[in-house]
Write a protein of this length. Structure first.
Length: 234
């Protein structure tokens, strides 16, 4: 388990360990959904450099065990960038921080997200465990668990508020990379969804267009009054 090791022992570094389990994802959503959350977080926490969001990256928690590779995970309290080569994997005896949130996206091929992985993340001490299953019809598509007294308890409501992150997570219909479907998004404390990078760009374009249209209307009014707007002092 993390940190239960002899500090004098020669432990492998990230460069010494495999940076992938070489297992392809079962579904494109397993990459796109965490990628959207990461892109949004880069805007929400643009001023912060104390977090890291990994996608399909190995988490090494025991030098004698293979890495666990979730679809996505968020760690707070670690450097966002360690050097220009970025992280190869997330090695707990180097990072000294457990991820705060782990995300698994379920495809048609189950990978023990509700059983074995849930137990493993609880044993590791991961505070929040989110499972998104877009194929579910009768049960909750998004389940978020919080570790309490060593066991995961299902959190209620949606968006689900994650107090340790000061963020909510939930589902909504939207567009990402031109794909219209249900996605996972971050939310603020009032339950308002944060904008995606694409939405922020469109919003900025709309504001710029609106400002231009207002300026043109004002210029037209001035011309009607016999004033040349181009000759006005700036």
């Amino acid at each position: 388990m993390l940190l239960n090791y002899n500090p004098r022992a020669c432990l492998p570094s990230a460069e010494d360990l495999p940076d992938s389990d070489y297992t392809p994802v079962d579904n494109e959503l397993q990459d796109l959904i965490p990628s959207l959350l990461k892109a949004m977080l880069a805007l929400i926490w643009a001023e912060r450099m104390d977090w890291f969001f990994g996608i399909d990256m190995g988490i090494y928690y025991d030098p004698s065990q293979p890495a666990i590779v979730p679809d996505g995970f968020l760690s707070v309290g670690v450097p966002r960038i360690i050097d220009s080569d970025l992280r190869l994997s997330y090695v707990l005896w180097e990072e000294q921080k457990f991820p705060t949130l782990v995300l698994e996206v379920v495809s048609h091929k189950r990978r023990k997200e509700y059983t074995q992985k849930k137990e493993e993340y609880a044993e590791m001490g991961i505070l929040y465990y989110a499972i998104y299953n877009p194929l579910r019809k009768r049960k909750q598509k998004l389940e978020v668990y919080e570790l309490q007294a060593g066991e995961y308890q299902l959190l209620s409501g949606e968006p689900v508020w994650l107090s340790e992150l000061n963020l909510g997570i939930g589902r909504a219909e939207g567009s990402y990379q031109g794909i219209e479907r249900e996605w996972l998004y971050w939310y603020d404390e009032q339950g308002e969804r944060y904008l995606t990078p694409e939405e922020q760009m469109i919003s900025a374009q709309q504001r710029a267009l609106s400002a231009e249209q207002k300026a043109e209307k004002l210029a037209q009014k001035l011309r009607e009054l016999g004033i040349d707007p181009d000759r006005l002092d700036p």
